[in-house]
Design a protein around this ligand. Structure first.
Ligand SMILES: C[S@@+](CC[C@H](N)C(=O)[O-])C[C@H]1O[C@@H](n2cnc3c(N)ncnc32)[C@H](O)[C@@H]1O
Length: 384
């Protein structure tokens, strides 16, 4: 019997349900969604598979211990009792991050310090040396999660967050995180082969994520992971997981993913990113005003995140743009399902269409909405 472990996959809030589905499809067991992520069980191969294939997770954390605590000293003792030198070598740099929900302790920074001390003390006792701290690019990230009474200690198996796929060459302004874009695509119900259009594509995050899905390309194929630096890392098993992923890649027979933007510089950034991701031939790009462009097919999925602004002038110009977006949808996209992702909650009113669904999602700390509009000829228009 292969040994099984407890893991926790973090994700942008609002994507927990679609992440659960994804992890189940990857073979995870005992999958349980909670606020901000999904707990699951599986063996070591599953952990590698989840890192390589999850399009929605931000990180895959390996749960080392879970126990009740009352004080900082309890946390120190719990952390000190773990066999850290067996988990990674003393040459590896470390960073301890602490989050709490309902935790009554006075300072989470102090907890981070206690756990770092516990790890260093464990190394000193075992090998007479301690690992260095690197808060910017550590080899090993240790996550401490505290509720009012329970402590969970995790070792991060991912390293860099999983939305860093390794294909983004240039960002442009306000690009979406890749895992948020992939989660939104899943929420739309879009399936490869169905026409997909982002008429405000910017650096191309939706287009690239959709093209990777259509081609069956694993999102993590171009990057490395923290678990590759563990002493027990099994290079042969990892090679098998990667080979299996490559075998699942497929060509696309005809283009059904379309993108446009009215800004030539953004389109050039988008082209560079599509090429770096190896999917330039899956997407048809053009320069167009979203208010004027026509639908590339009779039906399909339109997805975009329109410009978003905080300054007063920006807010005023967006208040002009949103009703025009609604008008353009109505005029030219009958038969389509349209999805607008925005942090500007005024869009719901200003677009003057009846949303068939509203999903609350968080982009970092910013509360956003994904509005769904099912465009049926002659309906949707709200009274002025
Ligand atoms: C928030 S950004 C989209 C970012 C994109 N999702 C990404 O991940 O990079 C909004 C984009 O809308 C484009 N845009 C603004 N008004 C437009 C219009 N009328 N027609 C087409 N594109 C427009 C901007 O050039 C910008 O690239």
């Amino acid at each position: 019997m292969k040994q099984r472990f407890h893991f926790f996959a973090t994700c942008p809030r609002g994507l927990e349900a679609v992440l659960s589905d994804e992890l189940q499809q990857l073979g995870a067991e005992e999958v349980a969604a909670t606020d901000g992520g999904v707990a699951f069980r599986g063996d070591w191969a599953l952990m590698m598979t989840a890192n390589l294939h999850s399009r929605i997770a931000s990180r895959i954390l390996w749960s080392l211990l879970e126990k009740p605590y009352r004080s900082e000293d309890d946390i120190y003792r719990a952390a000190r009792a773990l066999d850290w030198p067996e988990l990674f070598s003393v040459e590896r740099t470390i960073k301890v991050a602490v989050t709490g929900i309902g935790c009554k302790l006075r300072s989470l920074d102090f907890v981070a310090l206690k756990v770092k001390d516990a790890i260093c003390d464990a190394f000193r006792a075992a090998v007479d040396a301690r690992p260095s701290v690197d808060t910017v690019a550590p080899d090993m990230r240790i996550h401490v999660f505290l509720t009012e009474k329970m402590l969970t200690l995790y070792l991060d198996t991912s390293g860099d967050a999983l939305f860093k796929r390794g294909y983004r060459r240039e960002t442009g302004e306000a690009p979406l995180r890749e895992n948020l874009a992939a989660g939104i695509l899943r929420l739309t119900g879009w399936q490869p082969g169905e026409p997909l259009l982002d008429p405000m594509c910017g650096s191309g995050t939706f287009l690239i994520e959709a093209a990777l899905i259509a081609r069956g390309i694993a999102p993590g194929g171009k990057r490395s992971f923290a678990f590759e630096r563990y002493p027990q890392f099994d290079a042969d098993a990892w090679a098998r997981v990667k080979e299996a992923a490559l075998a699942k890649e497929r060509p696309v027979e005809s283009i059904s993913i379309y993108g446009s933007d009215d800004n030539a510089a953004m389109l050039s950034i988008c082209r560079t990113n599509l090429a770096a991701a190896g999917v330039a031939d899956c997407v048809e790009l053009s320069r167009a005003d979203a208010l004027e462009r026509s639908a590339p097919a009779e039906q399909g999925v339109l997805v975009c995140n329109p410009p978003y602004g905080i300054r007063l002038e920006e807010q005023e110009s967006l208040a002009v743009l949103y009703p025009l977006l609604g008008h353009a949808l109505k005029q030219r996209f009958a038969g389509w399902r349209a999805y607008y992702f925005t942090g500007d909650l005024r869009l719901a009113k200003l677009i003057r269409l009846a949303a068939s669904k509203r999903t609350v999602l968080f982009n970092g700390g910013l509360e956003c909405r994904l509005f769904e509009y099912r465009m049926v000829a002659g309906s949707n228009r709200k009274p002025a």
